[in-house]
Design a protein around this ligand. Structure first.
Ligand code: CO
Length: 209
């Protein structure tokens, strides 16, 4: 790919935006007020805004390998804190995707160097759900199940945070788990039971009194 092409694309895009709405960038520069925080995978095939049909300004986005929410990762924790406390988003979504390289890598018994501690979070999800996963014989199906279970576990990690617990009681902030099916382009809502997860999480991880 010619990197200069990106600048030509950008110029065309900015001109197109301006020609259909001359105040477009003026309005954009005034500030953001997104309703949703999207936490997804860095995978180049899963473009957050495009597949959700959202415009610039509509989603606050965080992406990393395999859409993880480790409680000690300052990056994702800062994103959640900022989105909830300052942007006051109404919804947090953790979105995984089938054929995720991070999930597949975690299933390999292999030294992945600097990625080891990152992938360990996924291996921990495997350990938590080992019986269920091992009962699935088909390799592909097992991989897909781990993608879904990983999304659920990362949703739980989001719910463990003080800001999210506070925002739920304050203004009914909700957390959802989705999977993007790369074979069809469709988004699937895993319909996690937010209230019952919150209740269970708060038995142990209650931060708000
Ligand atoms: Co991925």
């Amino acid at each position: 790919m010619d990197i200069k092409k990106i600048f030509r694309n950008n110029q065309e895009w900015a001109e197109k935006r301006r020609s259909s709405d001359k105040d477009y960038f003026k309005r954009l520069s005034k500030g953001q007020d997104p309703d949703i925080l999207y936490i997804g995978c860095s995978d180049s095939r899963v473009s957050a805004e495009e597949m959700m049909g959202l415009e610039p300004g509509e989603a606050f986005v965080h992406r990393n390998i395999a859409n993880l929410v480790p409680n000690t990762d300052l990056n994702v924790m800062s994103v959640i804190n900022f989105a909830v406390r300052h942007l006051r988003v109404k919804h947090i979504v953790v979105c995984g995707h089938y054929n995720c390289g991070g999930i597949s890598a975690a299933l390999l018994q292999k030294d992945m160097g600097i990625l080891n501690p990152w992938l360990r979070s996924i291996r921990d999800v495997y350990r938590l759900h080992k019986a269920e996963l091992d009962s699935i014989e088909d390799h592909e199906a097992r991989n897909r199940k781990l993608v879904e279970l990983n999304v659920e576990e990362q949703c739980i990690n989001v719910i463990k945070t003080a800001v999210v617990q506070e925002a739920y009681f304050d203004r009914r902030l909700r957390v959802s788990g989705w999977v993007f099916d790369i074979h069809s382009g469709m988004l699937k809502d895993l319909e996690i039971d937010f209230e019952s997860i919150l209740e269970k999480v708060m038995d142990i991880y209650r931060i708000r009194r």
